[in-house]
Design a protein around this ligand. Structure first.
Ligand code: GLN
Length: 452
């Protein structure tokens, strides 16, 4: 714990943490030593970890990267972090993120951007983004400030930052991790998962985070499998699907060669490669950027300056709402609320929201058809390596395009993992993604281990 606290202090300039809980961490480490002495060793006993600031933590400020939550300090613990506490984790602090987890670069945080510890050529170059929205989680793990971190993934926010920082990140099947006590973005897509250094570490973390929770109506009442054992499973005879629609126009040659490399590794390990088709892939990104803002506009209606966080007094109630929300939400969050309320409004609902929901069904059906001929899919995680801070933040469409390979798994509720697989010509990390069948994290971990 002391070594990690030192690393956190040394790495301050990366801005990975919003809130440090070093005193608490020392206390937890002491309590953990005492348990160890008694022979009580939990799954995460004494492990120094970071928690994305989207998970409510009892008595510790939780602000979701937003000004609107002010210094909100929840009097309760999210189910995911409660599970981890019960397993003996040591919490080093709360990690920076895009505001309300909306973004792909961690530049929309009210607490400033997170800097990727990777630089061009491994030397001092311009600052690069760590990806988002779990940019703090990814940067902190990549910079060895913590052994692992919690993250959340609504459209790629675990897998894309993992790809950008050379770390492993898994989003499990929707419903594996309880959403209770995690600040909501788009409830039908949000799923928690870990970011870690290795596939096996991510399996251990996920085993702790997951599990049935009656407080979340979409939580799956299923036992948590032994995913650590899955990491040892061979991929011999496994059928790995290569979806042809993921070869997109203008795909950089380095992403294509990353993918080819992954295919070769899989073949070497004894897997069978099968071409598959997911015909509705091109509609996934537009559908996601309708469904996610629609749900966000509804979830964010609760930040009205009355219950918690920021309040800017106005002339009357409505004026107070207006002033509070105008001052408390950043530009990207306001954009999402406007898109969301627009696509849900009378007259536009059928044309946008309903259509997007139909696309979502088609995308889920595409995957079902693919599973007739393969056990898991292999794709690149992102269409690019990490980019410079400030490069895309003023161009939302460019930013949204980052999520092209990740949103499909969220729309269909499927598990997906990103594994570091190569370095580009500038020495920057690139990740490969494995997408599995619903509830088949077992195969996902086995296939990911073959890529490591
Ligand atoms: N980048 C996507 C978005 O901005 C995904 C975010 C996420 O998964 N939380 O919506």
């Amino acid at each position: 714990t002391d070594a990690h606290i030192e690393a956190c202090t040394a790495g301050k300039k990366l801005n990975a943490f919003i809130t440090d809980t070093h005193d608490l961490a020392r206390e937890q480490a002491k309590a953990s030593d005492a348990r160890r002495a008694k022979g009580e060793v939990g799954k995460l006993e004494g492990a120094p970890l970071g928690i994305k600031d989207l998970f409510c933590t009892d008595g510790v400020k939780t602000c979701a990267g937003s000004k609107i939550l002010g210094d909100f300090t929840p009097p309760y613990e999210s189910s995911v972090t409660a599970n981890m506490k019960a397993d003996g984790m040591v919490m080093l602090g709360k990690l920076n993120l895009d505001e309300f987890a909306m973004g792909s670069s961690n530049e929309t945080s009210a607490y400033g951007p997170v800097i990727n510890p990777w630089k061009v050529g491994g030397r001092k170059g311009e600052d690069l983004v760590p990806g988002g929205s779990s940019g703090g989680s990814a940067a902190a793990v990549a910079a060895d400030m913590c052994l692992g971190a919690t993250a959340t993934d609504t459209g790629g926010s675990i897998r894309q930052p993992a790809s950008f920082t050379g770390t492993v990140g898994i989003k499990p099947t929707y419903g594996r991790c309880s959403r209770w006590g995690t600040v909501a973005f788009a409830s039908s897509l949000d799923q928690a998962g870990p970011i870690a250094k290795t596939v096996k570490d991510s399996a251990i973390l996920l085993e702790s985070m997951a599990g049935y929770d009656p407080k979340d109506s979409t939580s799956l009442d299923l036992p948590v499998p032994d995913w650590t054992a899955s990491c040892e499973r061979s991929v011999k005879g496994m059928r790995i699907g290569i979806p042809k629609e993921y070869t997109i126009d203008g795909m950089p040659p380095e992403i294509q060669s990353l993918w080819d490399q992954g295919i070769a590794w899989m073949k070497d390990a004894g897997a069978e490669i099968v071409p598959v088709s997911l015909p509705h892939t091109k509609y996934a990104l537009p559908a996601y950027y309708i469904v996610a803002p629609a749900e966000a506009s509804s979830n964010l209606a609760r930040y009205d300056g009355m219950r918690y966080g920021l309040r800017v007094e106005g002339d009357d109630l409505n004026d107070t709402y207006d002033k509070t929300r105008a001052a408390g939400f950043g530009a990207e969050v306001q954009r999402r609320i406007m898109i969301g309320t627009y696509v849900l409004s009378a007259g536009y609902y059928d044309a946008y929201y309903l259509q997007a929901q139909k696309v979502r069904t088609r995308i889920a059906e595409d995957f079902k058809t693919a599973w007739e001929s393969c056990d898991a899919l292999l794709t690149p995680t992102c269409p690019s390596a990490p980019f410079a801070v400030g490069r895309k933040v003023t161009d939302p469409i460019q930013m949204y395009l980052n999520d092209i390979f990740t949103v499909t798994a969220n729309l269909a509720g499927l598990p997906g993992i990103s594994v570091p697989a190569a370095l580009d010509k500038d020495g920057l990390p690139l990740g490969l993604q494995i997408i599995g069948k619903a509830l088949d994290e077992d195969t996902v971990f086995a296939a990911a281990s073959a890529l490591e």
